[in-house]
Design a protein around this ligand. Structure first.
Ligand code: NI
Length: 165
């Protein structure tokens, strides 16, 4: 099922999302199953639970954002990040354009760590560690921010509206 997204001024996007402690919950599992196709349907490379109005520390991301079209067309897989936490950050930062499915038509350059290491649990509660560089690092930071009530528009150096161009 493709889920409806909430947008910019919805209060759920500003809340600190709740930690997930129960993994054998069918509602949680169904939500994850729906979030992955919802992300691809909207051409997103990541989707956090608050964006679909669930204040939970859960996000799905494309396994390799540099091969987005392949994943979108063929596999529809996603990496499920539950209770993700960034535990290491590179010294270097870099600036790239960013957008968000919850903030339609708005883009802007955001300065972020070039590499991060993220600790998270999968949909069954098993613990994993993942290191991302470049676009993957950016997605990990953007999605973790969503779970803390932060949007990219808070961090962008400037914003522009492509609908107005
Ligand atoms: Ni977003």
């Amino acid at each position: 099922m493709i889920l409806p997204l909430v947008q910019t001024d919805h209060p759920v996007l500003r809340r600190t999302a709740d930690t997930i402690t129960r993994f054998d919950d069918p509602t949680l599992q169904k939500l994850i199953d729906d979030m992955i196709p919802t992300m691809y349907e909207r051409d997103g490379i990541g989707l956090a639970a608050p964006q679909i109005n669930y204040s939970l520390r859960l996000a799905v991301i494309v396994p390799d954002p540099d091969k987005y079209e392949e994943y979108k067309k063929e596999s529809r897989e996603g990496i499920v990040l539950i209770n993700p936490k960034i535990i290491r950050k590179s010294f270097r930062k870099e600036t790239h354009e960013e957008g968000c499915l919850s903030v339609p038509s708005i883009f802007g350059p955001v300065h972020r760590y070039r590499s991060v290491t993220c600790e998270y649990q999968d949909r069954h509660g098993a613990k994993h560690t993942m290191k991302g560089t470049g676009l993957l690092a950016r997605v990990l930071q953007h999605e973790t921010d969503h779970l803390n009530g932060t949007l990219f528009i808070d961090k962008a150096k400037r914003l522009y509206n492509v609908a107005a161009l």
